[in-house]
Design a protein around this ligand. Sequence first.
Ligand code: FES
Length: 101
Amino acid sequence: MTIEGLAPGNELDPVQQAFLENQAFQCGYCTPGMIMAAKALLNSNPHPTEDEVRDYLSGNICRCGTYKEVLAAVKDLAEKPLQAAEKDLSAWQSRNMKAAN
Ligand code: FES
């Protein structure tokens, strides 16, 4: 999966939306990498601690520095009530299964 397939349709994926709302913009290389890494983290651990987020995203290195905004975006998603997070994940999985078929 690449960033292009994350939100097949007109709606942004919740991770993309959170990055947008938190102005977590980086360059065209770093933003997709951060979003896909955040998505993978949240798929496996919907409510990571800040330390877990920092550790998971530590391989995405750039010198331009919107790390604070990226952390805020992931924190927003991690703090969503479990039911909302599961609904988002379920909708995302459903959309992607349809796109794959
Ligand atoms: S934002 Fe991509 S190298 Fe810094």
